[in-house]
Write a protein that binds this ligand. Sequence first.
Ligand SMILES: [Zn+2]
Length: 80
Amino acid sequence: MNCPTCGGPIIQKSPARLGAVGVLMVASLGAALFVPLLWAPAIFLAAVGGYLIFWATAGRGRWCRTCKQVPRESKPKAGQ
Ligand SMILES: [Zn+2]
């Protein structure tokens, strides 16, 4: 399967797993509430986790290596 925008290779991951990891990373902000030293890495983790959740929902686990973003399909077609 290739990217509809540039025709490059698509990376396919499980949306469920991406979402679970993303939620865990965002939840690290909760740990930082108790350990102030963790604030900097927790904010970084939460930012990455938020992107993973976006990847899982908007891209349904797909990501184009060339465009560096989730592929946008203007007209979804069955049988691909
Ligand atoms: Zn692309």
